[in-house]
Design a protein around this ligand. Structure first.
Ligand SMILES: [Zn+2]
Length: 269
C-alpha cells in the first residue's frame, strides 16, 4: 500500500499546476507504450517522418497496420487517471494539461485546457493542401479499397499501430487527398518531425504562469516533453512525477511516485 500523503501535499501546496502526461496515463485504457521501466525501446522504433514522406512502400505499410490497429484504438475509453486530471481542472488547479499522447482521452474525460503536443490521431491531414478529414472517414476509405485486409488480426502496438509482420504490403491501396491528390498523413508529430511552434509557445506561456509541474506517466525520454521540465527546474519550480520506472528528470524531481497513474491519483476523485 502506497502512502498518498506526499503527492496530496504537493498538489495541495501548488495552486497552478502545469501537468505533463505521457503513455503511462493511457496504458490502463489498453494502449501499449513504447518503453520499459528503464526507458528503453520495447519494440522496433516507430516510423519516421522522413520515411513516411519519402517512400510509398513505407506509407503502404503504415496505413495497412493502421487499418488493423484502428479497430481497437478507435474504441478506447478514458481511465481513472484521465478522470482524476479532469477533476484537477474542475478544481481550478490545472493551468494547462500538456499531453504527449495522441489518443484524445483527456478531452474524452472532460479536460478542456489541453494542448496535444504531438497532435491527434483522430484526424488526417493532407501534406499538400492542408485539407483535413476525420480518421474515421479515412478508415472507411481504407476498408473500401482494401477489403481483404479488414479481417486481419494482429496485436496492438502504440499509437493505433498493429504488429502486422511478414506480410506483403505492395498491393495495399493508399487513398490520396480527395481535394488535391496529395499525401495524407495522420495529424500527429512523427519521430524526426518538429512540433509546430505555436503549440510549443502556448505551452511555455502556461508554464510561465504555473507554480509547479506534475508529470504523469512519462519517462520524459523524448526531448519535446523533457524541455518543459528542464525549463521548470531552471526557473526553480518544483517538479513531481508519477511514473513506473526511471525518468530522464529523476535528478531534479522534488517528489517521485512509482505507482500506476490511476492508482496514484485516485484520491482526487
Ligand atoms: Zn490535398
Amino acid at each position: 500500500m502506497h502512502d498518498t500523503t506526499p503527492l496530496r501535499a504537493f498538489i495541495g501546496r501548488h495552486e497552478r499546476l502545469f501537468v505533463l502526461t505521457g503513455a503511462g496515463c493511457s496504458t490502463n485504457s489498453g494502449i501499449p507504450d513504447y518503453r520499459d521501466a528503464e526507458g528503453r525501446w520495447k519494440r522496433a522504433q516507430p516510423m519516421t517522418f522522413q520515411a513516411f514522406m519519402g517512400s510509398h512502400p513505407a506509407r503502404q505499410r503504415y496505413w495497412a497496420r493502421s487499418l488493423v490497429g484502428w479497430r481497437s484504438f478507435g474504441k478506447v475509453r478514458p481511465n481513472g487517471a484521465h478522470a482524476a486530471l479532469a477533476r484537477l481542472e474542475t478544481m481550478g488547479r490545472s493551468e494547462l494539461l500538456l499531453t504527449q499522447n495522441v489518443d484524445r482521452l483527456h478531452q474524452a474525460a472532460g479536460s478542456s485546457r489541453v494542448v496535444d503536443l504531438h497532435g491527434r490521431l483522430d484526424r488526417v491531414r493532407c501534406m499538400g493542401c492542408g485539407w483535413e478529414t476525420p480518421r474515421e472517414a479515412m478508415q472507411e476509405a481504407l476498408v473500401r479499397e482494401n477489403g481483404a485486409w479488414a479481417g486481419l488480426g494482429a496485436a496492438q502496438a502504440p499509437d493505433g499501430d498493429a504488429e502486422l509482420e511478414g506480410v506483403d504490403f505492395s498491393a495495399f491501396v493508399v487513398p490520396p487527398c480527395a481535394a488535391c491528390g496529395g499525401v495524407l498523413k495522420p495529424d500527429v508529430v512523427f519521430f524526426g518531425e518538429g512540433v509546430p511552434r505555436a503549440r510549443v509557445d502556448a505551452a511555455f506561456e502556461a508554464l510561465g504562469r504555473a507554480d509547479a509541474v506534475l508529470v504523469v506517466g512519462s519517462s520524459l525520454m523524448v526531448y519535446s516533453g523533457f524541455r518543459f521540465v528542464q525549463a521548470a527546474a531552471r526557473a526553480g519550480k518544483p517538479v513531481a512525477a508519477v511514473n513506473l520506472g526511471r525518468t530522464r528528470a529523476d535528478d531534479v524531481l522534488a517528489l517521485k511516485v512509482e505507482q500506476p497513474c490511476a492508482e496514484a491519483l485516485a484520491f482526487l476523485l
